[in-house]
Design a protein. Sequence first.
Length: 252
Amino acid sequence: MTILILIYGLIIGSFLNVCIYRIPRSESIVWPGSHCPGCYTGLRWYDNIPVLSYFLLKGQCRYCREKISLQYPLVETLNAIVYIIMYYKFSFTIDFVFYSLLSSLLIIIGFIDLKEMIIPDVLVIGILVLTLIYKGVNYLLYGITANLLYSLGGMFIAGGMFLAILILSGGGMGDGDVTLIGALGFVLGIKYILLTVFLSFVIGAIISIFLLITKIKTRKDPIPFGPLIILGFFITVLLGEELINLYIDLLF
């Protein structure tokens, strides 16, 4: 099963690259098919094998020799690894399916934010729709009643916190960060989204200090916060309960 999930993750990862490139440009993610962004030549199936084709082509287009970004195999591999992690966390359940699909959406958001400094609303809406479907399926199949107020509380509290930062900082936080943390608050509920917020700021502080010390960035350079929120979210999903229990043990 692990091998099948790995292959599936790689294939989906290849599609994520299409989304990362086309969504910010308002292009269709369905048509036309995969093509070189340099010469626009359509790619044959053997030029589009996840990860493998990149190395067989030595990181360049077969037709125009334009360099292929390392992002392509990186996203494919990352998506596959995340799928495997989610499988070992949740086994082959509806939770695994939900968090795997959600992870793919977040990978798209993270890379778009890194490259373009934007978080498209359509992807945030996708998170909300996917979460509603997940909660509905859980109720229909297993009778698990989703606490809608708890989810809405997570959405409005986290979103409100980031909105306040956006207003008070005069643009230190982007609109997309507000909507993203709100959507993830709907996924996690109040307790776990607060942990995600805390982790995102801790990770952000560590990365910012590193970038400043190494002079990769200056104080004036903007740093996209979306990927930091996403990292905090993944840590919360995988280790949230353990971290909260550890905090309580240390506190009391």
